[in-house]
Design a protein. Structure first.
Ligand code: LCS
Length: 404
């Protein structure tokens, strides 16, 4: 009886439950009809009871829904679920991962500010900093953030944001988040981490001093390659209203239907990413000893340059593998053109295995000079391991490699 009471209290406070329970239940509120999942509130606007009611909703005197760009029950359910899973205070659903990155920059930066950013990041993130943000008077220094001293040296008096992808896209280099958080905070800057590659199951950036997490929901959090979305998660409740106002003004919000799909995807997040990581480990080991492969970069392999840091900072190696064939770019192209089960497509973190060529695809916009600085070689092939049968994934890769 006593145990049942304790459990009832715990369920009311989902933040005290374990991750797998949170993944299934977080964000879902009591529904008037007793629905077990949050329904899709496919409405752009909400009716006021009176002029007075509308006015007090707008002034904030009363709580409620006004207009879907500002707040929507289905969107909010998904946002609350992600906030709980990341261990942050609040989250803001965005129309894409890039909208989330842009929202975070817009909330934290103004003209005259400086950003320190990982040199190996998703191509459009670097381009956003070099073009749009640069156009608004924000300067960026790109550094190898796996070199903590390089981060310290890149800091300036006007540095307001340190932006880190770890492991980064596509080189899988790992940066020491706790050390970088200390450097950023000593300067009064915020540490923003793109946690898309690992997600909250295997990496907990807030526990390492991060202030803001961004995600492409398009990837593992949704996990089924049928949604484009993004999210910003803030660690502190006090910073939330400013972020919400910024997103409301920029307008890059996610819609109710996509939020519903992401919320559904979250329920199996743990099962999917653990299974994919187990398979990725097998695939990486197999590739590393394959006679046609020059090198493999995977956080689970002892050959990874930050293997020990990865083991300390992450609770699993993830599902992303980078490698290069001995025959370089030409052999890589033959391989990517010859797979059947793994699909030649960008994106990652889904149930299906995807293979792609960063230099001509995801990181083409970065330009050759930046790619060379970030060690994104022309021959680098990126594989996102899905949850298909691992023997069949390996057989598919082996067959394609035979033709190279
Ligand atoms: N951050 C990271 C680490 C990403 O990998 C991506 C997309 C984004 C942000 C942007 O998210 P989106 O706007 O596409 O939802 N990464 C992709 C990739 O590597 N292949 O295709 C998209």
């Amino acid at each position: 009886m006593r145990e049942a009471l304790i459990l009832e209290e715990l369920v009311k406070n989902i933040r005290n439950m374990k991750f797998d329970t949170q993944a299934v239940h977080a964000g879902t509120e009591e529904d008037v009809h007793g629905a077990v999942v949050t329904p899709i509130y496919q409405t752009s606007t909400f009716k006021f009871k009176s002029v007075q009611h509308g006015a007090s909703l707008f002034s904030g005197e009363e709580e409620g829904f006004i207009y879907t760009r500002m707040r929507n029950p289905t969107v909010e359910a998904m946002e609350n679920a992600v906030a709980v899973l990341e261990g942050g205070a609040r989250a803001l659903g965005c129309g894409s991962g890039m909208a989330a990155v842009h929202t975070a920059f817009s909330a934290l930066l103004k003209s005259g500010d400086h950003v320190v950013c990982s040199e190996s990041v998703y191509g459009p993130t670097s381009t956003l900093l070099k073009t749009v943000m640069h156009g608004f008077g924000v300067e960026t220094t790109f550094v190898d953030t796996s070199d903590t001293e390089a981060v310290r040296k890149a800091m300036k008096n006007n540095t307001k944001v340190v932006f880190v992808e770890t492991p980064c896209n596509p080189t899988l280099i790992i940066s020491d988040l706790a050390a970088i958080a200390e450097i950023a905070h000593a300067q009064g800057a915020s540490l923003v981490v793109d946690n898309t590659f690992m997600g909250p199951v295997m990496q907990r950036p807030f526990e390492l001093g991060t202030d803001v997490i961004v995600h492409s929901l398009t990837k593992s959090l949704n996990g089924h390659a049928d949604v484009v979305g993004g999210i910003v998660v803030v660690k502190d409740e006090q910073t939330y209203p400013h972020f919400r106002k910024t997103l409301n003004q920029i307008g890059g919000v996610i819609d109710p239907f996509n939020s519903f799909l992401v919320h559904r995807g979250l329920k199996t997040l743990s099962l999917r990413v653990k299974h994919a990581a187990e398979s990725a480990m097998r695939v990486a080991e197999h590739l590393e000893q394959h006679s046609k492969i020059a090198w493999v970069r995977y956080p689970g392999l002892p050959s990874h340059p930050q293997y020990e840091l990865g083991k300390k900072q992450m609770s699993g190696p993830g599902s992303m593998i980078a490698f290069e064939l001995k025959g370089g770019l030409e052999a890589g192209k033959t391989m990517m053109n010859s797979v059947h089960l793994c699909q030649l497509a960008v994106s990652l973190g889904g149930v299906e295995s995807l293979i792609q060529h960063p230099a001509s695809m995801t990181h083409a916009s970065m330009g050759r000079e930046h790619r060379e600085q970030a060690h994104i070689t022309d021959g680098l092939v990126r594989l996102s391991v899905g949850i298909e049968d691992v023997e069949e994934i390996i057989a598919d890769l082996d067959h394609a490699l035979q033709l190279c």
